[in-house]
Design a protein around this ligand. Structure first.
Ligand SMILES: Cc1cc2nc3c(=O)[nH]c(=O)nc-3n(C[C@H](O)[C@H](O)[C@H](O)COP(=O)(O)O)c2cc1C
Length: 201
């Protein structure tokens, strides 16, 4: 096998090589996220919904580690602020198998290979907003990475629902945590991202 010998390069090739090496070493000094972006490879989208901030805390940490674009999903008609009212409304939406209208513009999904989906467990699965999202914007064969906050029921039925809604996707192992612990979950999130190959070991 021929080994690389910089002394055998022409002056022009050597200068090109040196410029490239400088760029790469500058990129590796950055965070993993900006290193990915600098290499022009970042095709990650983080889509999340959060009513009271727990899932948002995870989304923001994931974003700080893997970079890419992050979009907060909102319903066209905002959910009530009062907890009991939103609990009732979410139950009714689920019983009616409703598809609440999205109030967020979804970016062109062709720009992404990997889509994180972050949601709170609502009545045992994703809020119905995600059913609207995934039917209106199919994820095809993309890599899909779920993360969820909850009050004790973990992912509930959401992974089965995701498999049904994204039948061709490469669904990676997700991350779930109680909502009350989401603010201090950075180390656990990093370990999970490493275990699924989305952060360098
Ligand atoms: C409408 C509604 C339904 C919920 N249903 C469940 C449930 O079935 N199981 C569960 O463990 N937690 C349930 N929770 C608790 C939330 O999943 C939990 O508080 C979550 O961390 C909230 O995330 P957020 O702050 O990002 O909105 C529910 C909360 C709401 C508002």
């Amino acid at each position: 096998m021929q080994t690389f010998n910089p002394f055998r390069l022409s002056r022009r090739s050597f200068l090109q090589y040196a410029a490239c090496a400088l760029t790469l070493s500058a990129a590796s000094a950055l965070s993993p996220a900006s290193a990915l972006a600098a290499a022009g490879e970042n095709r990650v989208l983080i889509l999340y919904f959060s009513r009271s901030g727990n899932t948002r805390a995870l989304a923001e940490h994931i974003h700080s580690r893997v970079g890419g674009d992050m979009v907060e999903l909102k319903p066209a008609v905002p959910y009530p602020a009062d907890y009991d009212s939103v609990v009732d409304m979410a139950k009714k939406e689920q019983e009616a198998d409703a598809r609440p209208k999205l109030g967020t513009e979804i970016p062109d999904l062709d720009r992404y290979d990997t889509v994180f989906l972050g949601f709170p467990n609502w009545w045992g699965t994703m809020p119905m907003l995600f059913f609207t999202l995934l039917e209106e914007h199919p994820l095809g064969q993309k890599t899909v990475v779920p993360f969820c906050t909850h009050g004790g029921s973990r992912f509930g039925r959401s992974i089965q629902d995701l498999r049904r809604l994204c039948p061709e996707a490469r669904l990676l192992e997700g991350f779930e945590i109680r909502g009350t612990r989401s603010g201090g979950a950075q180390a656990d999130v990093d370990a999970w991202l490493r275990s699924i190959g989305l952060l360098p070991a």
